[in-house]
Write a protein that binds this ligand. Sequence first.
Ligand SMILES: Cc1ncc(COP(=O)(O)O)c(C=O)c1O
Length: 408
Amino acid sequence: MTQILRAEGIASYPNPLAVSATTPYGEARAAILSREGFDAAEREISQWPGYAPTPLHALPALASRLGLGALWYKDESTRFGLKSFKALGGAYAVFRLIQKAIAAAHGGHQATPAEILAGQYRDIVSALTVTCATDGNHGRSVAWGAQLFGCRCVIYIHATVSEGRRAAIAHYGAEVIRVPGNYDDSVRHAAAEAERNGWTVVSDTTYEGYRDIPIDVMHGYGVMAREMVRQLGDELPTHVIVQAGVGALAASVCAAFWLAWGERRPVFIIAEPEQADCFFQSGQAGRPVAVHGDLDTVMAGLACGEVSPVAWEILSGGANHYATVGDRFALEAMRVFALPQDGDAAIVSGETGGTGLGLLLAAAGEPAVRQALGLDANARVLLIGSEGDTDPVIYREVVGRSAEEVLA
Ligand SMILES: Cc1ncc(COP(=O)(O)O)c(C=O)c1O
């Protein structure tokens, strides 16, 4: 039996299946996420209009308040104007789909972003329809990619996706349809509609017989991980905390760090909401298990009940600890980021972006948890700020000010 430590707003246990730090990345993992796949995503995405690496903030004052040696926050709030890292994934998968359709019609020609943006293959691109289910940010990325490159897009959202998030997707010209049930129900709905209409599903999660597109999504996310590797230089973190919904983000970061840093890669902590803890549950079972119910959490991007099987293939060995975080601490994290300590930058983080700091805040008063996770004065912790104020109305309610006011 795994020994789970529980305290208010936090639970954690070490992954019994974790491989040792010296384990090479290996061929089985490279058959899913590869150096070449990450290279290709970087090459293509860096040519898109508006591409710029997002900031990596060092937060020494907050680190010292939390009793840590160092703290970094990768701030995705400015990614392509979409306010989350998700801009990298869904849109890249749409791009790859278009590239493949053009290659099929033009003797294998790999069209460049510039050629597609110039409308050189408009006849092929405009005949494509992409679709997906989303809790907000992934759909926004797919819709944006479809609009940018010129294909049609239909997006499905479930019952509890906020109106602000619905409107943000519609803003990119997609048809947005709300369906009953939770996220996993909307995934099944999108798959059925695509089958019926001859559309292509651009999902961030894999299922039986469907892997290539979610793998493109994960390679797209790798652009963010590669930026962090460059920004950190020789200052390697000892720990990285990555929030997980279906685990595509976490698997991408885990793989990219493993490939870049090998045995020097950081201790990898997966953080999930208490109410949507499919990795936490799967880790105990030693295989993917589904979590049911409405998965209601303020960390909207993490309200997923089923792990992505290919993400599981990377993370089941690559994760060192599984942890859950209470909603209260994710909200507290948003407020702490908005009111910085001496000299630290003010940061706009949405509910899901605050998960990692939420975990640190929940662990702060719990010596046993801190010790188990190695969160002490020698720890140099990297947090993934996966989103900014993706829903500005909710952001203002939680923080008491708008993003603009926080950054003024
Ligand atoms: C802002 C944000 N962070 C993290 C995640 C988690 O990503 P994944 O579902 O790949 O685990 C999501 C997913 O939607 C998200 O929107």
